[in-house]
Design a protein around this ligand. Structure first.
Ligand SMILES: *[C@@H]1O[C@H](CO)[C@@H](O)[C@H](O)[C@H]1NC(C)=O
Ligand SMILES: *[C@@H]1O[C@H](CO)[C@@H](O)[C@H](O)[C@H]1NC(C)=O
Ligand SMILES: *[C@@H]1O[C@H](CO)[C@@H](O)[C@H](O)[C@H]1NC(C)=O
Ligand SMILES: *[C@@H]1O[C@H](CO)[C@@H](O)[C@H](O)[C@H]1NC(C)=O
Ligand SMILES: *[C@@H]1O[C@H](CO)[C@@H](O)[C@H](O)[C@H]1NC(C)=O
Ligand SMILES: *[C@@H]1O[C@H](CO)[C@@H](O)[C@H](O)[C@H]1NC(C)=O
Ligand SMILES: *[C@@H]1O[C@H](CO)[C@@H](O)[C@H](O)[C@H]1NC(C)=O
Ligand SMILES: *[C@@H]1O[C@H](CO)[C@@H](O)[C@H](O)[C@H]1NC(C)=O
Ligand SMILES: *[C@@H]1O[C@H](CO)[C@@H](O)[C@H](O)[C@H]1NC(C)=O
Length: 357
């Protein structure tokens, strides 16, 4: 077979193959909805029986909203994003305690809220902070880690808006604290020491909330503007809790499917595609091989032929060709025909071996 014929043969075979492989991997079980409004729902989550791993992973899709809204189980916690890396992005209420200019409490807000999470969720201690805002503000968060409880919080007092600096939550007008790990129940409370008298014109309220740190940037305008904000973004961690020791057991004793690894976390485990594989490790069929050869940034074969293997790839020369290294460049040239090829084609990225990819 001539060089050109071989070249075209490779192109013709490769094109339809590439089209098949490029199809996006499914994220939900076959026949199950994989979206609720703007939120994608990857298995083990699902919107109905037969679609989730177990009932803890139920996401209720409320179609009375437009676009539809996703909620955790049957509760009222809004879901905005779900990742297979173990995070669920949600929104959560702000506790508020406001006063009028006489120091009388304005009754239209909740000065506290509580949040129970089911077994698979905890509040992410790495992604969130507890934040309190106000110039006459005491805020606390009481939390439970299993049966153990803790209380933490902070105080912010200021006489004048002039001391309140933008973009820093450092204690004046805004204070923050970390949340302990593995919290599954919280109660957030806010109060004041002097009912906002004296600061009422620029800080009529105390606010307390748990917020995704990367989405929070304090501004002095928050002192007034948060009156009109109901919720803030908050991140939950999730894991499969059906068997704490699942990762130590033999294959199939846990939810991790083919070509994936079991990763123990806190009180449960998660699954992760093994190196060289991608997709949803929880779905029947497991993770799919990454064809590194389709994407030059995923292999370093350069001008050599890239051979995809399960979980990896090899670089080699076509049969009848051999590896030649010229300075730092390497490539494949035909056995024996070395000489006339060198004469016909300049060495470099235009030599014919670049077509043997
Ligand atoms: C949903 O996505 C659309 C289009 O990307 C966007 O305009 C809309 O604001 C989103 N809605 C919500 C609730 O995030
Ligand atoms: C859920 O989130 C949407 C969009 O952010 C918001 O309009 C709605 O009020 C929220 N509902 C509840 C019950 O939290
Ligand atoms: C959800 O999270 C993933 C992973 O962090 C991100 O790539 C994606 O853009 C997010 N989707 C939305 C709608 O925020
Ligand atoms: C608010 O406080 C003032 C002064 O303390 C009092 O006279 C008034 O009755 C209060 N108003 C209400 C609505 O409670
Ligand atoms: C903080 O920034 C807001 C705009 O985001 C501005 O209106 C306000 O005056 C600034 N406050 C201070 C103290 O600089
Ligand atoms: C706020 O503090 C006052 C006394 O300082 C107390 O009477 C009141 O019950 C507190 N409110 C809340 C919601 O904790
Ligand atoms: C907060 O917002 C200001 C103004 O937009 C920006 O300069 C600053 O980098 C932001 N800080 C954070 C931590 O995002
Ligand atoms: C599981 O394996 C880890 C590491 O090999 C070990 O530390 C742990 O004690 C094991 N747990 C059980 C329940 O066997
Ligand atoms: C890839 O290379 C390895 C090690 O050199 C070899 O064992 C294996 O057979 C090669 N696989 C293919 C498909 O060429």
């Amino acid at each position: 077979m001539g060089i050109l014929e071989r070249f075209w043969l490779v192109i013709l075979i490769a094109a339809p193959l590439a089209a098949i492989v490029a199809e996006p991997a499914p994220i939900a079980k076959h026949g199950c909805p994989d979206m609720c409004g703007n939120v994608s729902i990857p298995y083990p989550f699902g919107t109905r029986e037969g679609c989730y791993y177990n009932e803890d992973f139920l996401i209720s899709c409320d179609n009375t909203f437009s676009p539809p809204l996703a909620f955790l189980r049957n509760g009222n916690i809004n879901v905005t994003n779900i990742t297979l890396e173990g995070r669920v992005h949600t929104t959560q209420f702000i506790a508020k305690n406001c006063h009028d200019k006489f120091g009388n409490q304005t009754q239209s807000y909740q000065a506290w809220f509580r949040l129970w999470l089911n077994g698979i969720y905890t509040i992410s201690d790495t992604e969130n902070k507890f934040v309190a805002i106000g110039c006459d503000t005491i805020a606390s968060v009481q939390g439970f880690q299993g049966k153990k409880s803790y209380t933490t919080g902070c105080i912010s007092k200021c006489d004048s808006i002039d001391y309140v600096a933008n973009y820093t939550c450092s204690g004046i007008g805004c204070c923050q604290t970390s949340i302990p790990t593995r919290t599954s129940f919280i109660k957030v409370r806010v109060n004041s020491t002097d009912r906002h008298r004296g600061v009422w014109n620029f800080s009529p309220c105390s606010y307390g909330f748990i917020v995704e740190e990367s989405k929070f940037n304090f501004s002095s305008n928050d002192l007034l503007d948060l009156q009109n904000v109901l919720e803030k973004p908050m991140v939950l961690d999730w894991s499969i809790r059906d068997d704490t020791h699942a990762c130590n057991k033999t294959e199939k004793a846990n939810a991790c499917q083919r070509n994936s690894d079991c990763v123990p976390v806190d009180d449960g485990y998660r699954c992760k595609c093994s190196k060289g594989f991608e997709g949803n490790p929880y779905l029947p069929g497991g993770c799919r091989d990454i064809d590194e050869c389709l994407d030059s940034s995923r292999n370093d074969c350069k001008d050599m032929k890239c051979i995809n293997t399960e979980g990896s790839y090899n670089c080699s020369c076509l049969k009848g060709y051999h590896l030649v290294v010229i300075k730092d460049e390497q490539g494949c040239v035909a056995n024996q025909r070395h000489d006339w090829i060198r004469i016909l084609l300049p060495v470099g990225k235009y030599t014919f071996y670049s077509t043997s990819k």
